[in-house]
Design a protein around this ligand. Structure first.
Ligand SMILES: Nc1nc2c(ncn2[C@@H]2O[C@H](COP(=O)(O)OP(=O)(O)OP(=O)(O)O)[C@@H](O)[C@H]2O)c(=O)[nH]1
Ligand SMILES: [Mg+2]
Length: 193
């Protein structure tokens, strides 16, 4: 037991040593209906990878990415939140302290687009000042698309806390980096001066 404990402590210490000095940390949530591609977007952003398998997220998965913004070292603390109804009662525990979010819907399923406001209402109770970018994902499935760009743009314009609309594909990688960096830069501009 003692041996395991010591090994774990050493690993954490080693990890800390390798961390760059951080000027700012921003907690950013990934929200949206089940299977819209939240985990896939994070995996693409962090590792440049995509998998066709669907393994639903359980509870929440945290991820970190260091990002240089305007000469500052920024730690993006990404919280990939499980959408399943099983987690509704505990989800709000994860919202505290979040400054930004990606609210994701699936361009091939209209109900996921209509539920954007439901997510906004849920998170708004706990993080009233949260800013978000609206993300229409699965842009590669052109023939199956049922939500149109002008609808995404219109929704983004109508909601005050929304900083814009972007269409992505975790499969091809299209505009994934852009989606995360747009919200990160906005948070930097609002909080780091
Ligand atoms: N064609 C296509 N498929 C995608 C894309 N993004 C995700 N998928 C697929 O959609 C399914 C669900 O993706 P996930 O990333 O697990 O979805 P999620 O939003 O994290 O789902 P929960 O964790 O259950 O809330 C998987 O089979 C993915 O391979 C995309 O951009 N294009
Ligand atoms: Mg997931």
């Amino acid at each position: 037991m003692v041996l395991i404990f010591n090994t774990a402590r050493k690993t954490v210490k080693e990890e800390r040593k390798n961390m760059p000095d951080v000027d700012y940390t921003f907690k950013i949530l990934l929200l949206g209906d089940p299977a819209v591609g939240k985990t896939s977007l994070v995996q693409r952003f962090l590792h440049g990878k995509f998998t066709k398998d669907y393994i639903t997220t359980v509870g929440m998965e945290p991820y970190n990415r260091y990002q240089e913004i305007n000469g500052s070292n920024v730690l993006l603390n990404l919280w990939d939140i499980a959408a399943g109804t099983l987690f509704t009662s505990i989800r709000n525990l994860f919202f505290k302290g979040a400054k930004g979010a990606l609210i994701v819907f699936d361009l091939t399923r209209r109900d996921t687009f209509e539920n954007v406001e439901v997510w906004l209402e849920e998170v708004g109770k706990f993080s009233p000042d949260l800013k978000f970018i609206l993300v229409g994902n699965k842009n590669d499935l052109r023939n199956d698309r049922v939500v149109y760009r002008r609808e995404g743009n219109q929704k983004a314009r109508e909601i005050d806390s929304c900083i814009g609309y972007i269409e992505t594909s975790a499969l091809t990688g299209m505009r994934v980096e852009d989606a995360f960096l747009q919200i990160a830069k906005l948070l930097y501009d609002e909080n780091a001066r």
